[in-house]
Write a protein that binds this ligand. Structure first.
Ligand code: ADP
Ligand code: GLC
Length: 493
């Protein structure tokens, strides 16, 4: 494909700021697009934490059309890459402690509608070359509700770039009170069920779903699932209506960051040929988690947001069985206060078997991937999921529910797959205590009684290649489709 100018609009990007997988994707997909000879620039809010971590920022623009004078565009590079970075510096909205969406206590910022409307307006101005950059993108690639207003705002301009909207998680709508529609002074024609209205409120995500030239989500299975009522979060009707615009592209991962042979967060490097380092990392993880350093105990790991989506209640429900089976579990995560407390209580009750690290810790996330034998991801839904892909590379067999990207990346240990030597982990169908526990038992018994088969499963997993190259090519095809759709629209009378 010819070289396109792409504006990649995101609310987080590793290593500047990250709350979950979107940060990983925005930190690595743009570089993969650049490697495909695309002229890509990332635009993100200038959060205080991101400003601290960004290197060598300069002023790109002092005035953005239609935006108050206090807002400026800063320019730099996404650290560790040669990708150009634009930061929307609106101190009133973004220069504060805490995360991108919530305050340090985990409560959503009360002015999130204003914050991301401002961000979307600035991105829209850049997209229309009205920000003094002398650069007009051909494609604007938006991600999740925080940039959902961009395709809606751009839609009114005849010479606009093509728009792509990627759903990383349909559960988060960016839903606000209808009065915000007025106070944000959004164009009148955007109101209504064919616009941004959703059950009487204002929905940012609908901006992307209704107006983008093409829509994608982060795995083929999730692309199918979200068109059903069970996974559609009330938007399945709209997604079916736009089904000819919807595709699923599996996320890639950045093996520069996630490679046990060269991981600066690990004390002991290892690879598929020599797993000695993995055993040492396990001991290290047990020590650091206050668990007895027992080589033979199957060690389960879990890293993630502690929310309903991730099936944390199911994990809590199997703790007595895990203890009885003499297995160990190390959890790292933050989120729902109830889950946090229950995990801490379980750790206090079973100090030899359960360890709970509440909080966000990049190094520990890598150490759990390396030190655990199995990785738990019993998600109720999972658009893609990155941790199970990291687990595969770290020789840590993923135990996952058959949904979304988990279904697309993990090959279940069935008799057939064992014979074919394709098994890489364990899958189960229904989000129930029983099915999760049976699956864990299945994994534990192979781990304990069939070490050769265990080796085969993890070494097959370690050989899987989910690097970005292939997926980046699919995004190029998606961009072409968006350009074609836009061209078709312009040609119509
Ligand atoms: P989601 O985006 O739904 O949170 P993913 O599996 O796609 O799930 O991505 C989660 C990313 O966030 C992974 O890189 C994971 O290691 C990281 N992560 C989640 N919680 C934590 C935490 N408490 N500490 C460190 N990293 C975390
Ligand atoms: C979301 C999803 C996760 C996905 C990530 C990156 O947060 O929950 O499954 O991997 O976005 O696309």
């Amino acid at each position: 494909m010819a070289s396109n100018k792409i504006l990649f609009v995101t609310s987080e990007a590793y290593p500047l700021i990250k709350t979950g997988g979107l940060g990983d994707v925005a930190g690595s997909l743009p570089a993969a697009l650049k490697a495909q000879r695309q002229d890509v620039r990332v635009i993100m809010p200038a959060y205080r934490e991101a400003m601290r971590k960004a290197e060598k920022l300069g002023f790109a623009s002092f005035q953005i059309e239609g935006i108050p004078e206090t807002v400026r565009l800063l320019e730099g590079r996404l650290p560790g890459t040669s990708v150009r970075l634009l930061l929307v510096d609106s101190p009133a909205h973004f220069d504060r402690p805490g995360g991108p969406y919530a305050d340090p206590d985990g409560h959503d910022w009360a002015d999130n509608a204003e914050r991301f409307a401002m961000f979307s307006r600035a991105a829209t101005a850049v997209a229309l070359n009205k920000a003094g950059l002398v650069w007009q993108p051909d494609i604007v690639h938006c991600n999740d509700w925080q940039s959902g207003l961009v395709p809606a705002l751009l839609n009114q301009y005849p010479n606009r770039p093509a728009t792509v909207f990627t759903i990383h998680n349909l559960a988060y709508h960016g839903q606000f009170d209808a009065t915000k529609f007025q106070s944000l002074k959004l164009p009148e024609y955007l109101w209504g069920v064919d616009g941004l209205e959703f059950h009487g409120g204002l929905s940012f995500i609908k901006g992307g779903l209704v107006f983008a030239d093409m829509i994608s989500t982060v795995s083929p299975t999730y692309a199918y699932e979200i068109r059903t009522p069970h996974f559609g979060h009330g938007l399945d009707g709209l997604l079916n209506h736009r089904a000819d615009r919807l595709v699923g592209i599996l996320n890639g991962v950045d093996y520069k960051q996630w490679n046990p042979a060269k991981d600066p967060h690990l004390k002991h490097a290892y690879d598929a040929q020599s797993l000695e380092g993995k055993a040492r990392n396990k001991q290290q993880l047990q020590k650091q988690s206050g668990l007895p350093q027992r080589t033979a105990a199957p060690l389960f790991g879990l890293v993630g947001r502690l929310v309903e989506q991730k099936g944390i209640d199911l994990v809590l429900s199997i703790i007595p069985q895990l203890v009885k089976a003499d297995a160990q579990l190390v959890v790292l995560g933050s989120g729902d206060k109830g889950f946090q407390t229950e995990l801490e209580e379980a750790a206090a009750e079973y100090p030899d078997h359960i360890a709970a690290h509440i909080g966000y810790n990049e190094s520990l996330a890598h150490q759990i991937e390396a030190g655990a034998d199995m990785f738990l991801m019993p998600s109720r839904f999972e658009p893609c999921g990155l941790n199970q892909i990291y687990s595969l590379r770290y020789g840590t067999a993923p135990i996952v529910r058959h949904t979304g990207g988990l279904a697309d990346t993990v090959v279940d240990t069935t008799d057939e797959n064992i014979k074919q030597k394709t098994a890489t982990g364990f899958q189960f169908e229904h989000a129930t205590h029983e099915e999760l526990w049976w699956t864990c038992e299945r994994a534990i018994s192979i781990y304990r009684d069939q070490p050769k088969l265990w080796q085969q499963i993890i070494s097959t997993g370690m050989k899987q290649d989910f690097s970005w190259k292939q997926s980046a090519k699919h995004y190029l095809e998606l961009y072409q489709l968006a350009l074609d759709k836009l061209g078709g629209k312009a040609a119509r009378p």
